[in-house]
Structures are given as C-alpha cells and as structure tokens.
Design a protein around this ligand. Structure first.
Ligand code: NAP
Length: 282
C-alpha cells in the first residue's frame, strides 16, 4: 500500500456504513494498480450530509460513493448531474472538480446489466421481466432495463405507490402488478429480479415458490450477503440460470475508481474471491 502526502482520497458515504464492501474492493484495486491513494468509510448522519459533502472537496477528496440512505438526498447537492442520474433520481458516485464543484452520477443500473451479461449471458429482451421491489436500486435497474431494450417491464412492490411512481417517472413499457398476485406472470418471464432487501442477512427471506416459473427465466438477486440467498438457491436447484448481487457491486464501482484514481479497473475472479473471503460472504 502506498499512501504519501500526495495521496488521492475517496470514500463511501452512508449511515451506517460499516457493512459496506466498497473499502475492501477499492483497497484491492489501489494495491493491484499501485495507486498512491486511500478509500475510507465515511459514516455520515443524514442531518450532517450537506455539511460533509460541501467540506469533502475542500479537504482534498476527489470524490465518493454514496449508499443508503443518501442516494436521493445528494441529488440536490450536485452542481451537475449525468443524464442517467437525473432520469433515475438517484446518485451513487460523486466526483469533485478542483474548483470544488460536485458532479453526480449513478452506476447501479449499468453495474446490474454488466453483471447479468457476465454471469448469465444474453437474456431475451422480448420476454417480460419482473422486478420485485421499488426502492432506490429498483429505480436504477428499471431504467437500465428499458435502455437495454426490454419492452415489457413489470414491477411488484409491497407498497404499490412506490412502484407507480417509478412507472410514472420512467415512462412507457412499465406495468405495476400486485405484490400478492405477481406469480401469475411466472410462466412467461425471461428475467426475474429481486431488488427488495428480503433475503439479506438480518432480514426475513424472500419466500416464494418458483414452481411455475419458466425454466428459461434468468433469476437475479441483487442482495450479496449472503452470496447465495434462499431465493437464488431455489432457482439454481430447479435449473434456472442465476445471477448473484456481488458482480453488480463490483461493476458499479469501476467508473468512480477511474474518475478518482485515473485507472479503469478490471472485475475478475481474483477480485471477486478476495471480497468473498475478506467479508466472509458465504
Ligand atoms: P430501499 O430503497 O430501502 O428499498 C427496499 C425495498 O425492499 C423496497 O421495495 C421495500 O418495499 C422492500 N422491502 C423491504 N422489506 C420488505 C418486506 N418485509 N416485504 C416486502 N418488501 C420489502 O433499498 P435499496 O437501496 O433499493 O436496496 C435494496 C437491496 O438491494 C438491499 O438489500 C441492498 O443491500 C441491495 N443492493 C445491492 C446492490 C448491489 O450492488 N448488489 C446495490 C444497491 C442495493 P416497500 O417499498 O414496501 O418498503
């Protein structure tokens, strides 16, 4: 590890942030590419968000990743936004200019699509895709699916108003379906995605019978702790192609690393194994 007086600084801003895998994966890349830099956890209470974000460029930070619960609140603190962040209404990557101005982007949706391509290969974009959940991650993923050419995107959420807001904001091709009645679409799906926090360590499991799900459907879970949720294990055992959430996390981190540290990093099995082992994800 190289940290000199000239070290470039970045970090992850959340509340809490101790669960985040970002310091582990950025630390791996800093070592691998011999970058004089550091990536640190930044636990910031929502009441202090503006104060901290405005201070970070003045403290020499190049930028930060943003996680729960700040992804929407930081939108208003940005001087400029990528078109994707504006459309998704969410920011997960801030880059600071030397004049202190703040640029916001979201890379969650692109990270999701790259991970699906990596782990499952091509998915039929003509068949319907069902997204479970309508939180911040779902918003970015639905936008990425539409931009990737998926023509029939269904969203089911416990709180239907949040799914309706995504459909309203992101436009045509999105249908809100009832949380208790979404299984009727299972036989025709080409892609089924869990974006709820169900199944995450410490949360109840996503208890769903997959008996009627098409065998052609690719099944994704964006939860990565545990690496294989009960939902994914059930899908894998019945022969569906499955995609875990870790690859999304690794891919979404690449653009930030490039803009802060000047190297486009690679996502490969060495990195993946390092994160799984360091964070005890299995
Ligand atoms: P969020 O904005 O808080 O949304 C949480 C979602 O989970 C909402 O749709 C919520 O439904 C649903 N939910 C929570 N408890 C539920 C329950 N008991 N029954 C049914 N639905 C429930 O969170 P987020 O940022 O979208 O993140 C969601 C998950 O994705 C988290 O586990 C997070 O760690 C993971 N994630 C992974 C990555 C990655 O890179 N792999 C990136 C971002 C997020 P309501 O609207 O009804 O409350």
């Amino acid at each position: 590890m190289i940290i000199s007086g000239h070290a470039k600084l970045a970090g992850i801003l959340g509340w809490p942030v101790s669960h985040s895998a970002s310091p582990c994966l950025h630390g791996f890349w800093l070592d691998a590419y011999g970058v004089d830099g550091a990536f640190v956890p930044l636990p910031v209470h929502p009441d202090d968000l503006e104060l901290v974000v405005r201070a970070l460029p003045r403290m020499g930070f190049c930028g930060v990743n943003v996680t729960i619960p700040h992804k929407e609140a930081v939108l208003n603190l940005c001087d400029s936004l990528s078109e994707t962040a504006r459309a998704a209404g969410s920011v997960n990557t801030l880059t600071f200019s030397t004049d202190g101005s703040i640029y916001g982007d979201t890379t969650d949706g692109d990270g999701f699509m790259r991970n699906v391509q990596d782990q499952a290969g091509p998915v039929d974009s003509k068949g319907p895709v069902l997204v479970l959940g309508a939180g911040g991650a779902a918003r970015s993923i639905v936008l990425a699916l539409i931009r990737a050419g998926f023509q029939d995107v269904l969203i089911a959420n416990r709180t239907p108003e949040k799914a309706e807001a995504i459909a309203r904001d992101l436009g045509a091709g999105i249908t809100v379906v009832e949380w208790d009645n979404h299984k009727r679409f299972f036989p025709s799906l080409s892609l089924l995605v869990n974006t709820t926090s169900l199944g995450m360590t410490g949360c109840p499991p996503l208890s769903l019978s997959l008996d009627t799900l098409s065998k052609q459907a690719v099944v994704c879970d964006i939860v990565y702790k545990p690496l294989e949720t009960t939902f994914l294990a059930t899908a894998r055992r019945r022969g569906n192609r499955v995609v875990d959430g870790l690859g999304m996390l690794l891919h979404q981190a690449c653009p930030g690393f490039r803009s802060w540290f000047g190297v486009m990093p690679t996502v490969d099995n060495v990195l993946r194994d390092h994160v799984i082992k360091s964070l005890n994800l299995v």
